[in-house]
Ligand binder design. Sequence first.
Ligand code: RP5
Length: 169
Amino acid sequence: MHSNPVVSILMGSDSDLDIMNEAAKALELFGIPYEIDICSAHRSPARTSEFSRQAAARGIRVIIAGAGGAAHLAGVIAAETILPVIAVPIAATSLGGLDALLAMVQMPAGIPVATVAIGKSGATNAGILAAQILATSDPALTKKLGAYKEKLARGVEEKSRKLQQSRIK
Ligand code: RP5
């Protein structure tokens, strides 16, 4: 854990950790200090409320919240803070994450939550989106994100080259 985290990764249960670790990995790529913890909208509403009310004063600038099922964690956090909240829907029930996606994305006007894709790619994108939010006031981080995008593009070119080579008779 970092001593001065600027991103908080929260999840409804330890069963979400495998997915939410992808958000942590993305933040680590860019050297962003974060904290990671468990907080449930339904099982520990007082703890969730306390976290939401205190996050900004503790120096947190972006919150990532992952949950499955009737996933209200991101929404109830957003209700009590003006920090940007990114929601990661997790496939935790027989509905495969669609339940969590719909619960997270259908917020009432006035309380925005930025919902990403279900599962690991969503958690990765939550980390990158948090980095992009922070980069709006951090030129060094902007450079790192630019380099990341260039690396992605080079990866596609490399795959294309390999494909073409494999098809040369
Ligand atoms: C949600 O219920 C959690 O976010 C988790 O995805 C799901 C199942 O939790 P456990 O029963 O595994 O603790 O609140």
